[in-house]
Design a protein around this ligand. Structure first.
Ligand code: FMN
Length: 416
């Protein structure tokens, strides 16, 4: 039986181990995780989600405090439209995070950044342009366009000197989304360097409706591969979502995949940015503890562990400090839901908002535990200690398990 290591992912001049670890927002796919994956010869991702919060935490900047102080006057107001991001600070924060990562890079692999279109930041085009421009200037190897159709995203950066040299990829969940993307960007004469096909079992936001269970990754991957072949487009395709073992990955390579994008198995590694106690929650979760719900203000369904502390919480919106999900009109579905509950419960100190969550605050505080569908299998990838806790893994261990395992086996770590 073949191993994933029998294949190589070719991206331009680069020959890589065909393992891409996907972006996991708000520093879950930390620089340490991405760098370790690159050191081992694969592709790691950092994410620019809530970048100012990330740099404040990692590089001791004070961007969030400064923004909060600037807009303090607005905290009691329902209208968040005046709460804008300072584009200079946004560029600076992106530069810090990307440079801080890239200067530490070793090995033959690559580090990409995950850029979600749904982070509309009260000025979608302007902020996305700044984020991508700054990441390229700071030396990122590639940008993965995520959480959105990105019909106008490439045009935003076409004048950047690195537009044709940086690797650019797009995440799609249907052949239709890919067709639209290619059509809208045809004028630029700049094909994507890779396409990630994300199926319904992935973590984070889903590119499906609540009927996600009716779709499957193998079928969508086949459709995408057939379409590209018919169009004579030689673009590497990386399936993602529910690829749990090296053998799962090999099956997708044999179908014509150029590599795989994986994430869930890396959430319980030491390098992952989640706090260790949250990693234990991922290990402990059973199949029935995982749900896809609609509480994300982005409007996309999102998968999470049902006991996430952020679910049902009624915290006051924190847009003055964060505000990453404010749309082009300064609106966020959580702000609307929160105001509705406040109006319905006059005088109550603590309210609960069940239908939406303040995703900025709770992702920042690791209180929404988004996860892949197969998170419940993580407990089988490690050892359990006598106190009931699970042994954290190293990213190297998980990476090599994908790379070298056969027969659907999963190697357990050396006892701690
Ligand atoms: C905790 C977690 C957070 C994620 N956050 C993001 C994100 O911010 N942006 C994104 O494009 N995908 C995100 N994803 C999706 C992954 O990048 C990846 O494509 C997918 O989860 C792969 O499937 P797997 O987790 O079953 O291996 C996230 C996944 C997980 C598990």
């Amino acid at each position: 039986m073949r191993r994933l290591d029998d294949f190589r992912l070719k991206l331009g001049q680069h020959e890589l181990v065909p393992i891409m670890v996907g972006g996991m927002g708000v520093d879950i796919s930390s620089a340490d995780l991405a760098l370790e994956v690159a050191r081992l010869g694969g592709v790691g991702h950092i994410s620019d989600a809530m970048i100012k919060t990330v740099t404040d935490r990692r590089y001791k900047t004070k961007y969030v405090k400064a923004k909060q102080a600037l807009y303090k006057y607005n905290a009691e107001s329902d209208d968040k439209s005046s709460v804008k991001f300072n584009l200079g600070h946004l560029a600076e924060a992106t530069r810090l995070h990307v440079e801080g990562t890239m200067t530490r890079k070793q090995g033959s692999g690559l580090v990409f950044i995950n850029c979600m279109e749904k982070l509309t930041m009260n000025a979608p085009k302007e902020t996305l342009k700044v984020r991508m421009d700054a990441a390229m200037t700071a030396g990122i190897d590639g940008i993965t366009l995520a959480a959105g159709l990105h019909l106008g995203s490439l045009a935003l950066i076409e004048d950047h000197p690195r537009f044709r040299d940086v690797k650019l990829g797009i995440i799609v969940s249907s052949v239709r989304a890919l067709q639209l993307f290619l059509k809208k960007n045809a004028r630029l004469n700049r094909l994507p360097d890779y396409v990630v096909v994300e199926g319904p079992l992935a973590g984070g936001h889903l590119g499906f409706g609540m009927d996600w269970a009716e779709y499957d990754l193998a079928t969508i991957t086949t459709e995408v591969l057939q379409y590209l072949k018919a169009e004579q487009l030689d673009i590497p395709v990386l399936p993602a979502g529910g690829i749990f073992t090296g053998s799962d990955a090999v099956r997708f390579m044999e179908m014509g995949g150029a590599g795989v994008q994986v994430a869930t198995r890396f959430t319980v590694t030491k390098e992952c940015g989640l706090p260790d106690e949250v990693k234990q929650e991922y290990f402990k979760a059973g199949e029935d503890d995982i749900e896809v719900n609609q509480i994300s203000p982005t409007g996309y369904p999102m998968r999470m562990i049902k006991s996430s502390p952020g679910i049902g919480d009624g915290i006051r919106p924190n847009c003055e400090a964060y505000g990453y999900l404010l749309d082009a009109n300064g609106k966020c579905a959580y702000v609307t839901a929160y105001n509705r509950e406040v109006a319905a419960h006059p005088g109550e100190k603590r309210i609960s908002v069940m239908d939406k969550t303040c995703l900025c605050t709770h992702m920042r505080n690791f209180e929404i535990w988004t996860c892949g569908q197969l998170t419940w299998k993580l407990k089988d990838t490690t050892r359990k200690a006598s106190d009931g806790s699970y042994q954290l893994l190293s990213a190297e261990h998980v990476f090599k398990d994908y790379q070298f395992s056969t027969d659907d086996t999963i190697a357990l770590p050396e006892p701690a």
